[in-house]
Ligand binder design. Structure first.
Ligand SMILES: [Cu+2]
Length: 458
């Protein structure tokens, strides 16, 4: 804004037009003067790991960290078998993570290669109003083909996000979002050895199609961590004894995600509003990550194994084919499948005994789609999909490459109960009710718990 455009400011001590203009022109220089030298990985911080993702590269020009984001269409693989035509940044969804240090002065160039306007809003970042990225409110939308410059100094630390603030429903539903991590300049507290960043979101892509339906409001069928659905999610690999931080962000359209970690208790140490005071860090095994929020959890990985980490909404650990089916659980389908196969050789009734074994049986699915759930695991089929990944904790590893599946120490596996054990512990197994396995008994079954003396039910 030129000095002659600056409005006169009414007030007890009005500044002159000339003073006001000069002050405005100096604002950026002053902000930069209050900034610190660019923070360096390895020296000022341990870089954050982005499973299935990347960190945005930068260069330093005259003490300023310079970044470049390009918004545009992306061909993105959600899991083997499903490639979507989505929108993202620099050829990725989510966009690459911005990794900064408190006091960094940054310039971010944003080029728009979308067919419509866009902006970038720096979610949770404390900055001058003009840099806030809200189309129409704080800046004009960036037209297709144009490049704008955002510039500010960061004076905070924690986990934040970036996303468009123009046609949000479409652009975020198409996958435009990314994480921002700002490390403290002088870290306090125990040092974290493994620091992970995971963006949660949701998509509506009808089986056999490739474009997200961004008008969808409730029927999301691809639930992702860093835009991957299990089995496309990369494991989080940690050495036994290391202190771990996991940062979650949620920029999905409609759903909050309670992310549950097996095998551990953790503390929620920070939100995008700042660090949680240690006295207020509630112990948890599940952290709710609301839409438009970040949460960081910490724990010491003292238990080796393959530990599941997943959203606990059961519909969020299913892939495309698990939604919108008629409920067949408990229905006696008789010779329906046999009759139907005379007409449709691949016919299979969906889920009369539940859905667990259907993906495993290799049901026929449309081209470019992913089955409900699943992948082969070390002990059979893992019938999970969507927001599911594995924390792999291993003794004495020297690399964070995927170590494969955990070999459980002998004597710690689940085994079939032997008759001797059943007898020793007084477990009496009632004969199964005389009805089909997928049916409901027509007569009341034996009194539940009859085999167990009541005094053991305290
Ligand atoms: Cu969820």
């Amino acid at each position: 804004m030129g000095a002659d455009e600056a409005p006169k400011v009414p007030g007890p001590q009005p500044v002159t037009v000339a003073e006001h203009g000069a002050a405005h022109a100096d604002a950026q220089a002053q902000a930069q003067a209050k900034s610190l030298p660019p923070g360096e990985p390895g020296k000022d911080y341990t870089p954050v790991v982005v499973p299935n993702g990347s960190t945005l590269p930068w260069k330093v020009v005259d003490g300023v960290k310079v970044f470049h984001l390009t918004a545009g269409p992306v061909q993105h693989e959600f899991a083997p078998g499903l490639v979507g035509t989505v929108w993202g940044y620099n050829g990725q969804s989510p966009g690459p993570m911005l990794e900064l240090v408190d006091g960094d002065h940054i310039r971010v160039y944003v080029t728009n290669r979308l067919p419509e306007k866009t902006t970038v809003h720096w979610h949770g970042i404390l900055l001058p109003n003009g840099q806030d990225g809200v189309s129409g409110l704080t800046q004009p939308g960036i037209p297709p083909g144009e490049t704008v410059k955002y510039e500010f100094t960061v004076h905070q630390q924690g986990t934040f996000m970036y996303h468009p603030h123009f046609d949000e429903m479409t652009q975020m539903g198409m996958g435009m979002m990314g994480m921002i991590v700002i490390h403290p300049r002088n870290p306090k507290g125990p040092k974290v050895a493994r620091d992970f960043s995971i963006m949660l979101t949701e998509w509506a892509i009808k089986a056999g199609t490739s474009r997200p339906d961004t008008n969808e409001m409730s029927e999301f069928n691809i639930l992702t961590m860093n835009s991957k659905a299990f089995p496309g999610t990369a494991p989080l690999v940690v050495k036994t004894g290391e202190r771990v931080r996991i940062r979650f962000g949620n920029l999905g359209a409609m759903d909050h995600h309670p992310v549950h970690l097996h095998g551990y208790q953790f503390r929620v140490v920070a939100t995008d509003g700042g660090d949680v005071d240690p006295a207020g860090q509630q112990p948890e095994t599940t952290v709710l990550v609301p839409v438009g929020s970040t949460r960081a959890i910490e724990f010491v990985a003292d238990a080796p194994g393959d530990w599941a980490m997943h959203c606990h909404m059961t519909h969020h650990v299913m892939n495309q084919m698990g939604h919108g089916l008629p409920n067949m659980v408990g229905v006696d389908t008789g010779d329906l499948d046999e009759q139907m196969r005379k007409l449709l050789p691949d016919y299979m009734t969906m889920g009369p005994t539940g859905m667990g074994e259907m993906a495993e049986m290799g049901m026929k699915i449309p081209e470019n789609s992913i089955a409900m759930v699943g992948a082969d695991g070390p002990h059979g089929y893992i019938d999970m999909g969507g927001m599911f990944t594995v924390l792999k904790v291993r003794d004495g590893i020297t690399s964070y490459e995927d170590p494969g599946w955990y070999a459980q120490p002998k004597g710690t596996e689940v085994v079939t109960a032997s008759p001797e054990e059943l007898k020793r512990d007084g477990i009496v197994i009632d004969p199964p009710p005389a009805v089909p396995a997928n049916g409901t008994p027509s007569a009341p079954a034996a009194t539940p718990g009859a085999a167990m003396p009541h005094e053991q039910h305290h």
